[in-house]
Structures are given as C-alpha cells and as structure tokens.
Design a binder for this molecule. Structure first.
Ligand SMILES: [Zn+2]
Ligand SMILES: [Zn+2]
Length: 145
C-alpha cells in the first residue's frame, strides 16, 4: 500500500499550541462538538465559552513536544497545556479514554461543527448567544459530555 492510499483511508487534522512546540494529529471523526459556557471552561480559556470536540483517545496522537505538555487537573479530568506558551490543547476525560479537543487549537478545518451550547445556565452575563443552535442549561444529556 502506498503512502497516498494510507493517508486516504482516514482524514486527519493537525493541531498546535500557540508557540508551536506541541503539535498533534487527530482523526476527523469527532463524536460531538459543543460550545461550553461553564465557569470552568470560561476561566480555563479566558473566553466567553470553550468550543470543544470529543473523540476517543486512541484517535489523538501528540506529534511533537510530548515532553512539553503540562497536565493540570484531578483524576478523571486532566487539562493538557503547552508548558512553554500555556495554550490549552485538550482535556483528557472519562478516566483517560476520551479527549475534549479545544477546537481553537485545530489548524485544519474539521468536518464537525459545534452542535449546541451547553451550561448556558452559567454563561457570562456580558455575552449574548446570537446563533440558532440549541441551548442547554447544563449537559445535553447527563454523562454525554
Ligand atoms: Zn506552546
Ligand atoms: Zn465547560
């Protein structure tokens, strides 16, 4: 099998931190994508909400800078940041089996788009949601995100 055939079997997306030290590759097979407005995601990103896309951990590979990754968090939920520039790359969740990619770190355009706003019940009062995506006060379904 040629390299061309191999690369055609699955579309892959590249991602990187701000300084470029940490790069990753992820299969374009996200299970879901949402904009999370919870106070934790807002403070972790400094933004009004965090667009995140979920995928099985086996479909995510750190390409460069593995030793530069700083892990922040408790068991079952670990944010992965670049230790040099601080970029929030992804969170490892569900006891290490799943990853929430911070979509802002993707260099390539994923097929999926955020499908809903979650934790709108705790969104920033200064931010107004102006699109027509469904809004949920908390999770869409308990344990789904
Ligand atoms: Zn960096
Ligand atoms: Zn959140």
């Amino acid at each position: 099998m040629s390299d061309r055939q191999a690369s055609n079997t699955k579309r892959k997306l590249r991602g990187a931190c701000q300084c470029g030290s940490v790069t990753y590759e992820v299969d374009d097979e996200f299970a879901f994508a949402v904009n999370c407005h919870c106070s934790i995601c807002r403070r972790a990103t400094g933004a009004a909400f965090k667009p995140l896309a979920g995928i099985e951990i086996g479909k995510l590979r750190v390409s460069t800078g593995r030793d530069d990754i700083k892990t922040i968090g408790a068991n079952g939920w670990q944010d992965q940041r670049c230790n040099s520039c601080g970029s929030f790359l992804f969170a490892v969740v569900r006891d290490g089996t799943f990853a929430h990619i911070a979509m802002g770190t993707l260099l390539d355009d994923p097929t999926i788009r955020p499908q809903a706003h979650i934790f709108v019940g705790s969104k920033a009062p200064w931010f107004t949601i102006t699109d027509t995506l469904p809004q949920y006060d908390q999770h869409i379904v308990a344990d789904s995100v």
